[in-house]
Design a protein around this ligand. Structure first.
Ligand code: UD1
Ligand code: CA
Length: 471
């Protein structure tokens, strides 16, 4: 399968590595995440809210790591323990900002980690849409990432002098002329550590918000004849951050739109694209078809010609070429090793592994169950902790009774067995090769190869029985 890897940031182009600008520079990435995020009105820390199934700060961490920095420093403050717990396994420096006195003050907290030969790149924990490509294409060492927008309200305005920036003026401090400027500050800046440290130490909080603005560094740099360049984002959506739930939904929509475009670009057929969501990574082969209202979560791989029916949820699955999933199916942790037919209305849970030619029909639930080639469970079954051979037919209503209320046990069904409808297989139990189980049986002992085994009381008709009459 020639696959395309669609990561959290779109399609990874292996060539990108080669066009990385200034591989040799030592980059120190500072992630600002100390803000209170009051407008989210949530117990959860703002940067831990998810976009496409991944916390905003994780998107930013992924971006940071994709740039191979020498170090990463996270500035934390409000509800900082939540953040530290969330990033516990990440190799980062922690800089505490006890009081949130502004973005400049936040970066000052990271200064003790600065090394003089580093370039410091500042990222915001609540702005997850910037991509590796956006930053890799920049050649300047000292820049502000900007965007041209129709509605600049709320953002810092870029006051230019040609390619350079004279100053950034915050909305609340801007005069009428400055407010007309439609080039805005993304918040992302890069500067040499030594100079940045010096400029940060000169910041004052004499402004309308009484804060130490990181953006004032730009004017200080211009005054000392070391101005920042303005690097304009090609996609102005990338500057967007989330301050409230409505903006979070907007980020999600932008993100999903990007994912869908990337998927279609590599040839996936999305029948109604705006209804397909991808939260996580999706690898697709050729001629994959995804019908409307489907959701992909975690890490999924779809081989050539896989089709996913409408209203399905696919999580952490690896589906081999030709596998067909009919509508309303929910699959989690499923692996097919050949073309299989699944659904409609199938629920396949973690540890389900199906070989070529298997069929799982409607209202069948499986869990930790393997099936050999061409085995079928076409209707209404629960198959849990089962090892099923090839060419097995599981009749409608079959249940593997895997749980005695305390422990779980395994059911083994050997090649060619036929399980009659409405049977209960009480585990631990083995059904032999080519064995037949009579419909309606409760099997509590191993059934031998090749034989018919059944447990049924004798059929009888009560001749003197009368239908009850209404009183
Ligand atoms: C900031 C910029 C503005 C820019 C906008 C882009 C300043 C002064 N303004 O404004 O020019 O257009 O971002 O979105 O920099 N934070 C801290 N500690 C603090 C304050 C903030 O860690 O004391 C963090 C927040 O958690 C957030 C980021 O810094 O991740 C941005 O802070 P925010 O208050 O949202 O800045 P804006 O007012 O939006
Ligand atoms: Ca903001």
């Amino acid at each position: 399968m020639s696959a395309f890897f669609l990561s959290a940031f779109g399609i990874i182009n292996p060539l990108l590595k080669d066009i990385t600008m200034n591989q040799s520079i030592k980059r120190h990435i500072v992630i600002l995440a100390a803000g209170a995020g009051t407008r989210m009105r949530s117990k959860k820390l703002k940067v831990l809210h998810e976009v496409a199934g991944l916390a905003m700060v994780d998107h930013v961490m992924n971006l940071a790591r994709s740039l191979s920095p020498a170090q990463i420093t996270v500035v934390y403050g409000h509800q900082g323990d939540q953040l530290r717990q969330h990033l516990a396994d990440k190799e980062v420096n922690w800089a505490e900002q006890k009081e949130q006195l502004g973005t400049g003050h936040a970066v000052q907290q990271a200064v003790p980690f600065f090394k003089d030969d580093e370039q410091v790149l500042v990222l915001y924990g609540d702005a997850p849409l910037v991509t590796t490509e956006d930053l890799m294409s920049i050649e300047s060492q000292q820049f502000v990432l900007t965007a041209q927008v129709d509605k600049p309200t709320g953002y810092g305005r870029i006051i230019r002098d040609g390619d350079y920036v004279d100053a950034i003026v915050e909305e609340k401090d801007a005069n009428e002329v400055e407010k007309q400027v439609k080039e805005i500050n993304s918040g992302i800046i890069q500067a040499p550590a030594k100079q940045l440290k010096a400029w940060l130490s000169q910041l004052s909080n004499q402004n309308s918000q009484g804060e130490y603005y990181l953006t004032d560094v730009i004017a200080l740099a211009a005054e000392s004849n070391q101005p920042f360049t303005a690097e304009v984002l090609s996609d102005s959506d990338a500057v967007k951050g989330a301050n409230d739930m409505a903006q979070l939904a907007e980020l999600e929509a932008i993100f999903q739109q990007r994912k869908r475009s990337a998927l279609m670009k590599v040839g996936a057929r999305l029948i109604k694209p705006e209804t397909v969501d991808v939260r996580g990574d999706l690898i697709v082969g050729h001629d994959v078809v995804v019908d409307k209202d489907t959701l992909f979560e975690g890490k999924n791989t779809l081989g050539d010609d896989v089709t996913i029916g409408a209203h399905s949820i696919i999580k952490d699955c690896d589906l081999a070429a030709g596998t067909q999933v009919a509508p309303h199916s929910i699959l989690e942790g499923v692996k097919t090793t050949g073309a299989c037919s699944i659904g409609p209305f199938a629920r396949l849970r973690v540890g389900t592994e199906l070989s070529a030619g298997c069929k799982i029909g409607n209202f069948v639930e499986t869990k930790k169950t393997t099936m050999g080639q061409n085995s079928k469970a076409s209707h209404l079954s629960y198959l849990g902790d089962a090892e099923i051979g090839s060419g097995v037919n599981i009749g409608a209503g079959t249940i593997t009774c895997n749980y005695d209320g305390v422990n779980k046990f395994k059911t083994i069904i050997k090649d060619g067995a036929f399980i009659g409808s409405d049977s209960q297989l009480v585990a631990p139990v083995t059904i032999g090769e080519n064995a037949t189980i009579g419909a309606g049986s409760t099997i509590t002992k191993n059934a031998p190869d090749e034989k018919l085994t059944l447990s049924r009381s004798k059929l009888r008709t009560i001749s003197n029985w009368e239908k009850p009459k209404k009183k």
